[in-house]
Design a protein around this ligand. Structure first.
Ligand SMILES: Nc1nc(=O)c2c([nH]1)NC[C@@H]1CN(c3ccc(C(=O)N[C@@H](CCC(=O)O)C(=O)O)cc3)CN21
Ligand SMILES: CC(C)C(=O)C(=O)O
Length: 305
């Protein structure tokens, strides 16, 4: 008889396997939707770790959602790295991707490589994401060849909201639809490991998904993509700014959190918090007497005035 203790594997939580590029491609192949959510801090990274997220994205939406800027174009590389560090301490199993902030991949191939290396080396991310089409294909090819995987992003490009006159659905007519499709092809051929399709007609997203070998990750691109991404604060109902059509709130955390803060303030103001028994620390009666004697003998009794 074996003297080894019986394995109690069923009693242990099933630890998820590290999500790799190979795993992502296998999911797409098997038509198992890839789950992607953004994270800007440690608790959110941990939440994606614990709740079955395949890809955790430190999106530059953090500019608006976590830092209060009016546009993602305000975010600097140093700020992005600071947040990547926090997320990477929590999200170990999901594949970790960071947006390259506006301007950090526009200064030529060498400067882009240096910036991407900082995100990997200092930020602790595994891959980078970049908004744009054929005009950045050479940069994607270079990073990919150097071992930094790139996720591309076409359709609505928030970093170009000024040039595009706002946040608008893209590819709604035949010609622009064709141009989005062509971009996606070129980016795949440049070596992108996946592609975000943002705010394009669902028919076009389905067509692109069928036509490509790499997974498509949709946001406002319908159900036919290989996966879906949402901004974390949109998904859990924290973001109180504009709600795009593609956002579904899967929780109302912001409402609950607001009510909590209001109740706390009211309880402090009314003297109802904290409770002396359950929420304060006591002192042995003898020690308290000793303390009072010490104060008296030192002549340090409180002013009566
Ligand atoms: N909270 C949040 N969620 C996001 O998805 C997000 C950000 N912030 N910040 C960065 C970008 C900006 N994004 C946006 C912002 C606005 C729309 C928007 O208003 N879309 C219109 C489309 C109107 C049309 O063309 O017909 C909409 O009503 O959905 C879409 C994406 C996506 N990203
Ligand atoms: C919503 C995703 C795709 C994004 O780019 C971001 O969070 O910035």
């Amino acid at each position: 008889m074996s003297v080894r203790p019986e394995e109690k594997s069923s009693a242990l939580p099933i630890s998820r396997k590290k999500v790799t590029l190979q795993r992502l491609h296998a999911l797409a192949e098997e038509r198992i939707p890839i789950t992607v959510i953004t994270a800007y801090d440690y608790p959110t990274g941990l939440r994606s770790e614990k709740n079955d997220i395949d890809i955790c994205l430190v999106g530059d939406s953090l500019a608006q959602v976590a830092l209060g800027y009016d546009s993602t174009t305000r975010l600097t590389l140093d700020e992005m790295i600071h947040h990547c560090k926090a997320v990477s301490r929590g999200a170990k199993t999901p594949f970790l991707v960071a947006d390259m902030p506006f301007g950090t991949y526009l200064g030529g191939v060498d400067a882009t490589v240096r910036n991407a290396v900082r995100l990997v080396q200092e930020g602790g991310v595994e891959a980078v994401k970049m908004e744009g089409g054929p005009e950045i294909a050479d940069i994607i090819a270079r990073l990919t060849s150097l071992g930094i995987p790139v996720m591309s992003h076409v359709g609505l490009l928030p970093q170009r909201h000024t040039a595009l006159s706002g946040y608008r659905v893209q590819g709604r007519d035949a010609l622009t639809a064709y141009s989005v499709f062509k971009s996606a092809k070129v980016l795949q051929d440049a070596g992108a490991f996946a592609i975000v399709l943002e705010a394009i007609p669902h028919q076009l997203a389905g067509f692109i998904t069928q036509a490509l070998r790499i997974p498509t990750i949709g946001i406002g691109a319908g159900p036919s993509c290989s996966g879906q991404v949402l901004v974390h604060d949109d998904a859990v109902g924290v973001w109180s700014g504009h709600k795009a059509k593609f956002v579904r709130r899967f929780a109302e955390v912001g409402k609950g959190a607001g009510e909590g803060v209001a109740s706390y303030a009211a309880a402090v103001r009314s003297g109802q918090f904290p409770d002396v028994v359950g929420e304060s620390y006591g002192m042995d009666a003898g020690q308290w007497q000793e303390f009072q004697k010490l104060v008296e003998s030192a002549g340090m009794t409180p002013d009566a005035s």
